[in-house]
Each structure stands twice: as structure tokens, then as C-alpha cells.
Design a protein. Structure first.
Length: 254
């Protein structure tokens, strides 16, 4: 992971302030990539700006098991031109269990950076980014520490935007994990645009997941969007369904 110590010296104070702010926000929330997807795009938040991707409540159906996902969040904070800090996680509670045990999982602290400015930055050609960092321990789940690295390529045409993702990770249990996903978006100038995602993930020795999602993103204004996603997946041949509803908004940090 590229931590604050790996950022050029002139960013040291800003990075320390970012980490403090992220920690405070994590406490205030008590608690997936570009909403409503598992993959992400080759873009970062502008310098000194927060972007919060929030799923207040969602439902995961895994056979006879029902799980409430509340909340799911991704906090992006622009550090400098072309760089952002990402803090993410999700709360979940098993509804089908008599114990209704709550847990907190999917925690990660990541650094995302642009390798090539492209169409998402109003330049010519594809946008290319990388994202790497630590998978952090959860509460009542994922007790170990892991690491991840991803490459993201985005390209836009008049009626279609595509985001390609390839990622490798060492899970909390120190198993190798590979992920390949693609996001498809309708015309970027539509206020409500249809979206879809396909991905395949292999956690060696444990599970293979094939997933598809369809949904829509409603851009209310430049810094506020709402999203809906309906996901169907197969995990080792077992059917999994999920409903995702949320919003993304941004504001100046300082």
C-alpha cells in the first residue's frame, strides 16, 4: 500500500489531516467502489474535496439467509491533483438468524491515483488509474489484515461509457483473490442513465463468484446522484440476490 509516508514530502501535513478526518467520519457513521457497483472508474476526487458514496440500506438474499446491509459507504478525499484517499466499509445484520447478530465488514483504506488523464478528465483517449491499499479487520468478521491492488481503464463514446477493472488481493485469511469486472453506462448527458456490471471473482480454495447487475443512476446536479442496482450472482453454484439503493454527493473539505 502507498501510505502517507510514501506520498511526496510536501503532502505530509495534508495526508495526516486526511487520515484524522477519515477516522472521525468513520466514527460518526458507526460503520462498494463507484455506486452501485463492485468495480470502480478511472477518476478521483478533485483536490480538497470529499465525495461520499452511501448506501443507507440494502438487502442480500443468500439462499434462505437474509442480510441487511446498513450502511455501506465509500469516502473519497482528494489529496492532490490526480490522487485520492479511499475509506470504505459496510455494516450488516443477519435477519434470518434468531440472534440477529450485527457485524462490520469490507473495511479498506486505499490510495487511488491517476496514471493517465483521459476522457473522464476531459482529455482525449482512455483514462487509466490504479488503486492499492490495506484490507482492514472488521467487527465479528474478517479479523485479519489483507492487501489489494487494482488497475482501472475507462473509455467513453457518445452513447456508452465502459470501465474495465482487474484486481489482485491477499484476503484477511491470507488467500489469493483475483477479480475482473466491467461497468457499462448509458449516455453520460442523460439525467437518468441505465447501467450494468459483470464481474468474476475467484478466492482460491474458497469460492468462485459470477455476478451481474442492472440499474440506473439519476444525476440530480453536478455533486449529487441517486442510484439503484439489482444484482444476481452465483457463488459456487449457489444463487445470491441483492438490492442496492444509495446516493453519492460531494463537498469542499477546506
Amino acid at each position: 500500500m502507498r501510505s502517507c509516508l510514501a506520498i511526496p514530502p510536501h503532502l505530509g501535513p495534508a495526508c495526516r489531516a486526511v487520515l484524522l478526518g477519515a477516522a472521525l467520519l468513520a466514527r460518526s457513521h458507526d460503520a462498494l467502489g463507484y455506486r452501485p457497483f463492485d468495480s470502480t472508474d478511472a477518476a478521483v476526487a478533485p483536490p480538497r474535496e470529499f465525495e461520499l458514496e452511501l448506501g443507507p440500506a440494502g438487502v442480500l438474499l443468500d439462499g434462505s439467509d437474509r442480510t441487511l446491509i446498513a450502511p455501506a459507504y465509500v469516502l473519497n478525499l482528494g489529496l492532490a491533483e490526480g490522487w485520492e484517499l479511499v475509506l470504505q466499509g459496510r455494516g450488516q445484520e443477519a435477519l434470518s438468524s434468531a440472534a440477529h447478530r450485527a457485524s462490520f465488514a469490507g473495511n479498506a483504506l486505499l490510495l487511488k491515483g491517476m496514471l493517465r488523464d483521459g476522457v473522464l478528465q476531459e482529455r482525449a483517449g482512455p483514462s487509466v488509474a490504479t488503486e492499492s491499499g490495506l484490507l482492514l479487520p472488521g467487527i465479528h468478521q474478517e479479523s485479519g489484515v489483507g492487501a489489494s491492488w487494482a488497475a482501472i481503464v475507462s473509455q467513453r463514446w457518445s452513447g456508452l461509457t465502459v470501465h474495465l477493472n482487474a484486481a489482485a488481493a491477499l484476503t484477511h485469511e491470507h488467500r489469493a483473490d483475483l477479480f475482473v469486472g466491467t461497468i457499462f453506462e448509458g449516455p453520460s448527458d442523460w439525467r437518468v442513465r441505465p447501467v450494468a456490471e459483470l464481474f468474476v471473482e475467484r478466492e482460491f480454495g474458497t469460492a468462485t463468484t459470477v455476478s451481474g447487475l442492472v440499474g440506473a443512476i439519476w444525476r440530480v446536479r453536478e455533486n449529487l446522484s441517486f442510484d439503484l442496482g439489482l444484482r444476481e450472482a452465483s457463488v459456487n453454484g449457489r444463487a445470491v440476490s441483492e438490492v442496492r439503493v444509495g446516493l453519492t454527493f460531494g463537498w469542499a473539505a477546506w
